[in-house]
Design a binder for this molecule. Structure first.
Ligand code: AMP
Ligand code: GLY
Length: 426
């Protein structure tokens, strides 16, 4: 089987790493990929949001399965496009149709969906230019902190948590009237602040049944102790100590099942990953957000814990036979530490030579922002998040200790990583 993975981050390298281990995989392509995926398959430098271009590649390379890593092509309707093109209809696509991807593509859509299906989430109201004044009044009825969310996709930056009422009002105006997050903030969801600890839960679904993947915890802030600016994610661990079987049962019964049933009821043909961004308030789980894809850097600790053949699992997703698929997991802990560029998530320099990545043992390197120098082929930094180092262990601490030992062996100018991943877990 020829497989094409769309995307270029650590998540896509983790997918490529796993899919390349399957006996069913013949040729593996990654578009556009990075210096790490190039070791496992063929990188194709195209714009993955140009569907006509993608169609050419898929036909030319005789692709049988396409795995969509990031959300943007899904929200743009890539699955629908493939379904409607006669030449592409038989290709197995891992990633939902646009209507399903709207669970991530519109916060208001997701909120309404949760309301219809009684899925626990923060109380909310949404506002745009037509009712901005009501937005100010609504904020006055709430207590700080105020949570303002751009309705549309904003590359993980569209959520503001503000502690001052006047600031919340002025930011609301900036989002709606001055397009602070572009089109994405023409509509803003204001919601109740939930105080608790976050957890990322993933399922693979064929639109009828589902399998729950290992859970993970992501560390989004740049600084130690969860301080400073938000990033794309600085590391992850899996499993998560407070995700006991009792708590996971609650999540399955109150959140996962109603979500899948809701998709069935609303005739949404969802075949792919659902990422439940959850928060535990007291002993209860609430949904903070849905994503229509795997998390990054969660994928870098979750995918290494899947023992089963992922091509088999994806085939079951595409054929709608997931109900008979038995998925197996590695019981060990996994930790992923993200090495980033100095200055990230603000401005940073690129093209720094990376040394120490050859012959590293007892860890898996998942490249994120790397590329090969066009003249020398050497591996260089090309993004904010550079490389994730994943290690296994018999405890969370053991997996972290090993990952940190290896992280220290990789060098480039400006290298930074958090040294306290997992600090809030036992
Ligand atoms: P999102 O982009 O929806 O994941 O939001 C980004 C981050 O904002 C989340 O990971 C949470 O840390 C925080 N957040 C979002 N919504 C809420 C909420 N209702 N209460 C508390 N924190 C929130
Ligand atoms: N780690 C959070 C995300 O992938 O959105």
């Amino acid at each position: 089987m020829n497989i094409l993975i769309l995307g270029s981050g650590g998540r896509e390298h983790a997918l490529a790493w796993k899919l390349s281990q399957s006996e069913k995989t013949d040729d593996l392509f990654i578009a556009p990929g990075n210096a790490g995926t190039r070791e496992l398959g063929t990188n194709i430098p195209i714009d993955i949001n140009d569907f006509n271009e993608l169609k050419k590649v898929v036909v030319e390379k005789d692709i049988d399965m396409m795995v969509v890593g990031p959300e943007v092509p899904l929200v743009n309707g890539i699955s629908d496009y493939f379904k409607n093109e006669p030449a592409l209809q038989n290709i197995a696509i891992i990633g939902p149709v646009k209507q399903g991807a709207m669970l991530e593509g519109s916060k208001e859509f997701a909120k309404k969906f949760m309301k219809r299906h009684n899925i626990p989430t923060a109380a909310y109201k949404s506002f745009n230019t037509s009712n901005l004044e009501e937005g100010y009044k609504f904020l006055e009825t709430l207590e700080a902190p105020y949570v303002l969310k751009a309705d549309g996709l904003a590359a993980g930056k569209g959520v503001l948590i503000l502690y001052d009422l006047e600031l919340a009002k002025s930011e609301l105006a900036k989002m709606i009237e001055e397009a602070k997050f572009g089109e994405a903030s023409a509509k803003v969801v204001i919601e109740e602040f939930l105080d608790g600890i976050e957890l990322s839960v993933f399922v693979l679904t064929d639109g009828k049944s589902y399998v729950i993947l290992p859970e993970a915890k992501d560390y989004k802030r740049i600084g130690e102790g969860d301080s400073g600016l938000n990033t794309g994610g600085m590391g992850s661990v899996s499993p998560v100590s407070f995700a006991t079987s009792e708590f996971m049962d609650k999540i399955e019964n109150q959140i996962i099942k109603p979500t899948i049933d809701g998709l069935i009821e609303e005739n949404i043909d969802y075949r792919g990953f659902i990422f439940f961004g959850l928060i535990k308030v007291g002993d209860e789980p609430y949904v903070i957000e849905y994503n229509c894809r795997m998390g990054d850097p969660e994928a870098e600790s979750v995918i290494p814990r899947i023992k089963s053949d992922l091509v088999d699992a994806f085939e079951a997703v595409a054929n709608k036979s997931l109900d008979t698929f038995k998925i197996e997991f590695d019981e060990r802990h996994a930790a992923a530490i993200m090495l980033v560029s100095g200055g990230y998530p603000e401005s940073y320099e690129k093209s720094k030579h990376i040394s120490g990545i050859e012959n590293l043992k007892d860890c898996i390197l998942f490249h994120a922002g790397t590329s090969n120098d066009i003249n020398t082929g050497e591996v260089k930094t090309s993004g904010g998040r550079v490389i994730a180092i994943c290690s296994y262990g018999n405890s969370m601490q053991e997996s972290l200790d090993m990952a940190y030992e290896k992280a220290n062996l990789i060098e480039y100018e400006g290298r930074y990583f958090r040294t306290d991943i997992g600090f809030d877990l036992k």
